[in-house]
Write a protein that binds this ligand. Structure first.
Ligand SMILES: [Zn+2]
Length: 282
């Protein structure tokens, strides 16, 4: 009984209305309301514009992320994010690019999504590198949206990425007692209705297709799992695993300037396609 109670209580917290932050609810209402009023008032700004993107380099500072033989995740993803941001700024001067971190320092997961919400971002992109504890042969890219994991492998990725909260002060309060080691907690987290699931999957599919076509990477596809960094975002949001640092060949690729250029360019092309599509009204 004690075990059950211990498991259930954080889940109740996650599913209770209290767990839905007023900020999230208000933002959702404001966003849907403002879209209507923009159309009605025929403001200068056209509707469906992709104005702001938040680029999130995972980990940083005291949290190195996963480790390869030569490098660490926090270092690779910072380079990728800055390159991606530079491309967007150069090609699309009207798009506001916001970084959750632009140097090697620690940012809490809740703060990353809060940055996106405060800035009323239209898209949130979190960049990561993958790790396989069992095999150095596993490689390829995968892009996640918030949702229920279909395999234990997907769950393991979410558990690993969510475990960084253990380095945060007050993580039990911030994440309502969420236990990053509990499979059940991940099921409850993933069952959260994410209002932007369709758009998130749309963008995720473009990213994976672009990795295949433009960077000739092996795509492991679009997947779902419960990620705390995506949990409270009030806009389409994805988490991209750009490759496995535990695979020596893929690590070398991700360290190389050519590899970084290809990966950031592939994501940029997916972004450009997605932007064009939503601004055309589709
Ligand atoms: Zn990561």
């Amino acid at each position: 009984m004690t075990t059950v109670a211990l498991l259930i209580s954080p889940l109740l917290a996650l599913t209770s209305p209290d767990a839905l932050s007023p900020e999230l609810t208000q933002d959702t209402i404001r966003r849907s309301g403002s879209q209507g009023s923009e159309t009605a008032s025929a403001a200068n700004d056209a509707p469906n514009q992709l104005r702001t993107v938040v680029l999130d380099a995972g980990h940083g500072g005291k949290d190195p992320g996963c480790l390869g033989r030569k490098t660490r995740e926090s270092r690779i993803v910072l380079k990728l994010v800055l390159q991606l941001g530079r491309k967007i700024k150069e090609e699309m001067p009207n798009v506001r690019v916001i970084y959750t971190r632009a140097s090697d320092h620690f940012v809490e997961l809740a703060e990353r999504s809060a940055i996106a919400n405060r800035n009323k971002a239209d898209l949130f992109i979190s960049l990561h590198c993958n790790a396989s504890p069992s095999s150095s042969r596993v490689y390829g890219t995968e892009t996640y949206t918030m949702g229920l994991h279909k395999t234990n492998g997907n769950l393991d990725v979410a558990k690993r990425e969510n475990a960084v909260i253990l380095k945060e002060d007050n993580y039990q309060q911030t994440y309502k007692g969420f236990n990053p080691n509990s499979p059940l907690a991940h099921i409850m987290l993933a069952n959260y209705q994410h209002a932007f699931m369709g758009s998130s999957i749309n963008f995720a599919e473009k990213v994976e297709r672009s990795f295949r076509r433009n960077a000739e990477r092996k795509s492991n596809g679009v997947k779902q799992a419960g990620f705390l960094v995506l949990w409270r975002t009030t806009m389409p949001s994805v988490l991209i695993e750009t490759g496995f640092l535990t695979n020596p060949d893929e690590e070398d690729y991700l360290i190389s300037s050519e590899g970084q250029e290809e990966i950031s360019d592939a994501i940029y092309k997916a972004f450009a396609q997605y932007k064009q599509e939503i601004e055309a009204g589709g």
